[in-house]
Design a protein around this ligand. Structure first.
Ligand code: UDX
Length: 432
């Protein structure tokens, strides 16, 4: 990859998924990067070359760029000589559904004394208007020479490094050309178009992209319900629908719905943001409702099949919010596990990577490393995450080992005919 002809000094605030990927990729592009985080353990682990979560290609990139990339707890060390400060801290939901911006504002406080700073770039997902407020704050502190840009990320977990280095677009929202040029220039070597716009539009572009992706998924789930009622097959329907390039085939997979660190939070944040301005977004509200109902709707079919789950052993295949990640934030597995436990089931679970973030729930389940042992003796199993290795299980043997071979495929991962042939009562989402 071509490196930048004018390497910059960059301070990245936040060593989470976004900050680390941003820092490592900017270093790969030739910039000198210091990543600052407030968690000592995380900084120590990163200094030893250990990435605290699973993200393909990230540790390799960090190691390969060790000469240009360092980690610190100290904001003033990160800002020494920094021309650009990237804000990549998380913006979790508040009780009211807004994005909590306290971490973003704490970083802005740290920036106020930086001597060489030319631009503050926000990558954290923030409500519209945040940029304007930070701009005003910089001006009040006498930093009107420091530019402000919104540079939202569109990277997905599991493919984040590739998404950063080969993006569909790089959105740069800035109110002056010099700042936009500086941020666009940081991406020299990345093969993707830079789209320039004003700050508020960049902030809204990010939330709108996620909301439209959520809409596609919920629409597929709504049609799945209709398929179940009429005998049509949602995979065939959406397969044909997605071949229209005006629609596109991705994000039309029906199942247990979306989870993760972005969609649930960003959907609610957009709704709350609109409501503060007296606006109602009925379409987005319906999209969220359909998603919230998806796990319950699928579970009901399983309960109807086996006569309820009280006293039964149910195995969850997958806990992560999607395959290829260890992230369990807002995972549909948590909804499924809680409902099963509340209705008296004994819950077993298996996942090759998942990092449990809610022990109060998962301590009430039994976790297995061996998927076959997790299934042996169970009354039913549910595919919750589309781990590809599940396709290759010896399903005939599994059926024989279960107390009753009933499987709810919450991700339409397996072949219905093959599963029935293996001896299963096989249920999936929107397929006959
Ligand atoms: C998402 C956006 O894709 C990314 O651009 C943004 O920057 C952050 O949020 P991510 O949360 O990593 O990325 O996951 P993604 O791959 O988009 O999947 C989101 C959820 O939707 C997962 O739970 C997935 O299982 C679900 N999904 C996805 C479906 O249920 N059906 C689909 O067709 C696609």
């Amino acid at each position: 990859m071509e490196t930048s002809p004018s390497p910059r000094s960059v301070a990245v605030f936040g060593a989470g998924y976004i900050g680390l990927v941003t820092g490592a990729c900017l270093a790969q592009l030739g910039h000198r990067v210091v990543v600052r985080d407030v968690v000592q353990q995380k900084v120590d682990a990163l200094a030893r070359g250990e990435v605290p979560f699973h993200e393909p290609g990230l540790s390799e990139l960090i190691l390969a760029n060790a000469g240009r990339l360092s980690f610190t707890l100290d904001a003033s060390v990160a800002l020494e000589g920094a021309e650009v400060a990237y804000v990549c801290v998380d913006t979790p939901p508040t009780a009211a559904g807004d994005a909590d911006l306290s971490r973003v504002h704490a970083v802005v406080d740290d920036l106020l004394g930086a001597a060489h700073l030319r631009a503050v770039v926000v990558k954290s997902t923030v409500p519209i208007g945040t940029g304007a407020r930070i701009r005003a704050r910089l001006d009040r502190a006498g930093l009107d020479h420091v530019g402000y840009a919104s540079n939202p990320e569109f990277t997905a977990e599991g493919t984040a490094v590739d998404d950063f280095l080969h993006p569909d677009r790089i959105v740069v929202g800035a109110d002056d050309d010099a700042t936009a040029d500086l941020v666009a220039g940081l991406h020299h070597g990345v093969d993707g178009p830079v789209v320039r716009m004003d700050v508020a539009s960049a902030e809204l572009a990010k939330l709108t992209a996620n909301a439209l992706l959520m809409t596609k998924i919920s629409f597929a789930n709504e049609i799945a319900g209709l398929c179940e009622a009429t005998g049509a097959d949602v995979e065939q329907v959406m397969g044909a629908v997605g071949m229209d390039p005006r629609i596109g085939s991705r994000f039309l997979r029906a199942g247990l719905g979306w989870g993760g660190s972005c969609f649930p939070k960003d959907g609610t944040a957009l709704k709350t943001l609109a409501s503060r301005d007296g606006l109602h977004l009925p379409l987005l509200s319906a999209v969220i409702d359909v998603n919230n109902a998806a796990p319950g709707r699928a579970l009901q079919r399983l309960k109807d099949e086996i006569g309820g789950v009280d006293g039964k052993t149910v195995t969850l295949l997958g806990m992560a919010f999607k395959a290829g990640t260890d992230d369990m934030r807002q995972a549909p597995s948590a909804v499924v596990a809680s409902r099963l436990l509340a209705e008296g089931a004994e819950v077993r679970c298996w996942d090759p990577l998942a990092r449990v973030t809610d022990p109060a729930l998962w301590d009430r389940t039994a976790r297995f490393d061996d998927v076959l042992k997790a299934l042996a003796g169970a009354d039913a199993a549910i595919v919750v995450t589309e781990w590809p290795q599940l396709r290759d299980l010896p399903w005939q043997e599994v059926a024989a080992s279960m107390a009753s071979p009933v499987l709810l495929d919450g991700r339409n991962l397996l072949d219905p005919a093959a599963m029935r042939e293996a001896g299963f009562t096989y249920l999936s989402v929107g397929r006959p």
